[in-house]
Write a protein that binds this ligand. Structure first.
Ligand SMILES: *Cc1c(COP(=O)(O)O)cnc(C)c1O
Length: 333
């Protein structure tokens, strides 16, 4: 079933399958995903009751079992939420999907990222190493989860959407809930998702911009960066780490190459007719080529030529930078 985004998917699952009942969630997974999507708040809005189990750093299957066995609770679902935007390290323990699926109530897994299959059969070279710890829909269901929920616009590489997959009876129950109509996407989104699904089936991964950019060989990025620096006369080529999903998967990093130049020039670049989104680290602007299609290299060169560099002759005749006092934050890409 397709809804507007993964937040809607989680909300609908809880409303349809757990309204007025308890949902067991580890204290280590009561997270804020971003944009104010807080798991405890979504639960409350859905009408389900949050039942916290375990601790922030350690939760075991037995913690859920104790609540299911407790005569004072009414556990309808166990919910697993992927800690996609932070990591707990050190003295930690989290139950496996198999372990949670062995409990007597259905397991719902919010995997977030939308990786369809950990084996990445659409990639001729198989799964890249940077994907190692990402949960995938196929494997999570094969491990016994009754339902998975994920986004359409992260690792799936499609339009903004939320997808609910798994047990047909439970998916149908979500579809029958009155909220389903309020959360359904329009035909344009469904059309784009259908095209994407066919593209995956055809193994035409280079037609999916996310995979094309994510898999671009580092040598190719480096030679493009060399050419851009040579032609524009600005900056130098640097090794970078790119984060997929606009920072929604910050623990996933893809080795990359960028063009670095002194100072914060984000505003000048952003004001190009086709805005160039750069990031600033330690007062150095970096244009990362991992997220630039090679057909746009000419635009990057044109944008860089407008950048005022302290030691370049161009600085004496360019206008005062418009960005003074306007830049905040450090990561823009
Ligand atoms: C990103 C994410 C969400 C929210 O997804 P949207 O499609 O942006 O609503 C929910 N859960 C997890 C684990 C996520 O990573």
């Amino acid at each position: 079933m397709v809804v507007n985004n993964c937040a809607s998917a989680v909300m609908l699952i809880l409303a349809a399958l757990a309204q007025g009942r308890d949902v067991a969630v580890s204290r280590g997974e009561l997270v804020e995903i971003g944009g104010g999507f807080r798991v405890p708040d979504v639960m409350e809005q859905s009408g389900a009751r949050l039942l916290e189990v375990g601790t922030t750093n350690r939760t075991r299957v037995a913690d859920y079992q104790r609540q299911i066995d407790n005569p004072d609770t009414d556990v309808s679902l166990v919910m697993q939420i992927h800690q996609s935007n932070f990591k707990v390290v050190g003295f930690t323990e989290m139950p496996s999907t198999q372990g949670l699926a062995s409990l007597d109530v259905p397991l719902v897994s919010d995997i977030g990222s939308g990786l369809l299959d950990a084996a990445c059969p659409w990639l001729p070279s198989g799964p890249p190493s940077w994907l190692a710890d990402e949960p995938a829909a196929k494997q999570t269901l094969a491990s016994g989860a009754a339902l998975v929920a994920f986004s359409g616009d992260k690792l799936l590489g499609g339009p903004q959407a939320g997808i609910i997959a798994g047990d047909a009876k439970l998916v149908a129950a979500c579809g029958r809930h009155p909220l389903a109509r309020a959360l359904r996407p329009g035909g344009l989104v469904l059309g784009a998702l259908q095209d994407l699904a066919i593209t995956y089936l055809n193994r035409d991964w280079e037609a999916i911009p996310f995979w094309k950019m994510a898999m671009a060989p580092i040598d190719e990025l480096r030679s493009r960066a060399d050419a851009i620096v040579a032609t524009s006369g600005i900056g130098s080529v640097v090794d970078t780490m790119a984060v997929p999903g606009g920072g929604t998967l910050p623990t996933v990093e893809i080795p990359s190459v960028g063009i670095a130049f002194e100072g914060d020039h984000r505003v000048v670049l952003r004001n190009e007719a086709v805005p160039i989104m750069a990031r600033v680290v330690d007062d150095t602007t970096i244009v990362d080529l991992r997220s630039v299609d090679s057909s746009d290299d000419e635009r990057i060169i044109a944008g860089l030529r407008k950048v005022r560099q302290p030691n370049s002759e161009r600085s004496s005749r360019s206008e005062p930078s418009r960005e003074v006092g306007m830049s905040t934050g450090s990561v823009d890409q």
